[in-house]
Ligand binder design. Structure first.
Ligand SMILES: Cc1cc2nc3c(=O)[nH]c(=O)nc-3n(C[C@H](O)[C@H](O)[C@H](O)COP(=O)(O)OP(=O)(O)OC[C@H]3O[C@@H](n4cnc5c(N)ncnc54)[C@H](O)[C@@H]3O)c2cc1C
Length: 127
């Protein structure tokens, strides 16, 4: 860690020291499971469980909008299966638009080369 972050600047040395001295370390990976359907019988997915499109914002808005749509679609229905299918159709259309941006945003915000890290930092500093 010290080698990798030796000359990266900012407060990196302090952060690496804190990391090295911590007793609890947690690593996770970002992964995605593609599902044919968001519901089965009376169980339905919403929020991140249905469509986590990005780590960089909009997840909460999507979760709230999805919950509102689900509530409206189910209200007063006598055919829950048809209502859940309608909810999924409508939400998937919106989610698909966000998903298209994920590869680009991932590369922009979490670059894999030191050159692109510098470029990202330069661009963010101008925001
Ligand atoms: C680092 C980070 C930054 C983010 N920044 C933003 C941002 O700036 N703007 C934005 O809009 N979104 C952001 N998001 C995404 C946003 O947090 C999520 O999209 C949103 O919280 C999804 O809401 P949810 O209700 O679907 O899931 P969650 O908020 O994850 O809620 C799921 C809940 O279920 C509970 N749970 C899990 N398993 C069980 C179980 N077996 N039994 C009972 N309960 C269980 C969990 O403890 C949790 O409380 C960020 C996410 C991360 C990780």
């Amino acid at each position: 860690m010290h080698q990798a972050y030796d000359d990266t600047g900012w407060r990196d040395a302090e952060l690496v020291d804190a990391f090295a001295g911590s007793l609890e370390t947690y690593f996770d990976q970002v992964s995605r499971v593609r599902l044919q359907s968001w519901s089965k019988d009376r169980v339905v997915l919403l929020g991140d469980a249905a469509s986590s499109t990005s780590l960089f914002g909009e997840g909460s808005s999507n979760a709230i909008a999805g919950a509102a749509r689900l509530t409206r679609t189910l209200a007063g229905t006598v055919e829950p299966a048809a209502a859940l299918a309608r909810y999924e159709r409508e939400r998937r259309r919106i989610v698909r638009q966000h998903e298209r941006l994920v590869p680009l945003m991932s590369h922009l915000l979490v670059p894999s080369t030191s050159g692109s890290v510098r470029l990202r930092n330069l661009l963010l500093a101008r925001c």
